[in-house]
Write a protein that binds this ligand. Structure first.
Ligand code: LM2
Ligand code: CA
Length: 476
């Protein structure tokens, strides 16, 4: 063949592939919108696909932009919530729902402007010696038909079987986490299976992923997986602590801020701790804002004492308000069910699938006591709804007008908003200097009226363990 003819042929092949929507990596995928600091996400821990689909119109009304779904793949058949963290195949079929229900959820939520992010377990498979998965797939701990065989798993280099030394990166990344069969992501065939799984989820319209146990996967190997997905895919890595360094994971996406979970737990668990630390200087010491997803709790910290929970409702509520008010990070809120047993998952029906979740009536921090299994629906709490609107109203405006008086503390978001908290046992009445225009405003938290004078001074009473927030869009 002559050179020009070869070139023509190559061009034709490329364009016909483009017409078919094919690239070298396979079919083209639906586009996704990367997350920004003004967007608000919500982890709906073990909400079924149908439950999320049913809730999406409400989520849209409140202003949520994205939802994190629990791991959707086939897993070991166990009623514990954590069964979802033990994959046996990448079929979308579990107590959370079928593939069809997953697809329906994505499309209903998309119509409601809510993107779906998926919690994906890439580090490991199961800890069980053998069995059959939820959808009937038979496996042994180191053999998964059509996916992996023995040599696709890591042999722990330090001679222990499970991770014991959490200061040893090699051990953290190549030994078994909790005895779960550890995938050798250094092997191309292993990465290919994981890429196929992620592309499949993207092809169904999912926008991005929480990478479960990301610190147990070498950042360089995870990057080789990420690089095979479109660049508009969101990745949020779960990297607890700084071994391995979190910064290794910034190169291809976000990290969750466990520092944030600790900070809000500390400042909102008792009186007198609010001022001082919660300011820009403190934020500057944390991971870079645009790489960070902030949160009050997730499903692990809700159970291990690491975070505030629905059981300390007023504290949890204020911590969520603070997370939404702060000019830092990309918030992901948390919604869950009541439990007294660590293992207990939501109740499934006789066919193994969960029925559609029903929120408790009038979800609020005052609701309770809860029965085990009640869907608490923290995402519908009035202050949370109000503060999502606040966050959108203040945009990326900076910290300003920091104010403190006893156990009360507040800050402005420039000319666009002001929020004040009271973590003391007595109500606080104060005159607070803001940069807001004069006028009357509706409090985003309690719904009352707040007046700002011509001098920018706002006169308010902040009830004990409560907050007041106003912004230019809540101006009457
Ligand atoms: C995670 N992030 O890195 C998840 O957020 C966390 O929820 C997962 O643990 C963990 N990593 C593995 O994906 C959960 C749960 C564990 C549970 C595992 C595996 O917190 O209790 O472990 O999922 O299902 C269970 C048993 C444990 C047993 C293990 C293996 O609780 O006692 O370990 O299965 O059989 C011997
Ligand atoms: Ca590993």
């Amino acid at each position: 063949m002559t050179k020009p003819f070869q070139r023509l042929l190559a061009a034709l092949t490329a364009s016909s592939l483009a017409i078919l929507g094919l690239t070298s990596c396979g079919p083209s995928l639906p586009s996704a919108t990367p997350i920004t600091t003004e967007m608000v996400g919500l982890q709906m821990h073990t909400w079924s696909f149908d439950s999320i689909a049913t809730e999406c119109p409400t989520l849209n009304e409140i202003g949520y932009d994205w939802v994190l779904v629990s791991p959707p793949q086939e897993s070991i058949p166990d009623s514990a919530w954590w069964a979802h963290y033990q994959p046996v195949s990448y079929k979308i079929d579990s107590s959370l729902g079928t593939r069809g229900q997953f697809e329906n959820m994505v499309s209903v939520c998309k119509e409601n402007k809510v993107q779906i992010m998926v919690d994906v377990v890439l580090n490991h498979m199961t800890g069980l010696q053998n069995g059959a998965g939820f959808a009937g797939t038979e496996f042994t701990k180191y053999e998964y038909p059509g996916l992996y065989v023995g040599e696709d798993f890591n042999a722990c280099p330090t001679g222990v079987s499970q991770i014991e030394d959490y200061s040893n990166v090699e051990e953290i990344q190549q030994c078994e986490l909790l005895g779960l069969a550890d995938l050798n992501t250094g092997k191309a065939n292993v990465r290919d299976q994981l890429v196929k799984f992620l592309r499949d989820l993207r092809s169904m319209g999912a926008s991005g992923f929480r990478v479960d146990a990301a610190k147990h996967i070498k950042a360089s190997e995870l990057k080789q997986i990420v690089d095979q997905l479109p660049s508009d895919t969101t990745f949020i890595s779960e990297v607890i602590g700084d071994t391995p360094p979190q910064s290794e994971y910034y190169a291809f996406g976000h990290v969750f801020s466990f520092d944030w979970i600790n900070m809000v737990r500390n400042i909102f668990s008792s009186s007198g701790l609010l001022g001082g630390s919660a300011d820009q200087n403190y934020f500057d010491m944390l991971s870079p804002s645009d790489k960070t997803v902030t949160l009050v709790s997730n499903h692990d910290t809700e159970r291990n004492g690491g975070a505030l929970t629905y059981r300390f409702a007023k504290n949890f509520n204020l911590a969520t308000v603070f997370t939404l008010a702060a000019p830092y990070g990309k918030p992901m809120l948390y919604s869950s069910y009541a439990f007294s047993d660590y293992d207990a998952g939501p109740i499934a029906g006789p066919d193994g699938y969960q029925p559609v979740a029903q929120c408790v009536s009038n979800p609020s921090p005052e609701h309770g006591p809860y029965e085990d299994g009640d869907w608490i629906c923290q995402h519908r709490w009035p202050a949370v709804k109000g503060m999502i609107a606040f966050r959108k109203a203040v945009g990326d405006s900076k910290f300003s007008d920091i104010w403190q008086e006893g156990d009360a503390y507040g800050f402005g978001r420039g000319k666009l908003g002001f929020v004040a908290f009271n973590t003391g046992d007595a109500d606080v009445t104060a005159s607070i200097k803001t940069s807001l225009p004069a006028g009357t405003y509706t409090d985003r938290i309690g719904g009352g009226t707040v007046t700002v004078g011509a001098d920018g001074v706002m006169k308010v009473t902040i009830a004990s363990w409560n907050a007041v927030a106003i912004d230019v869009k809540s101006k009457n």
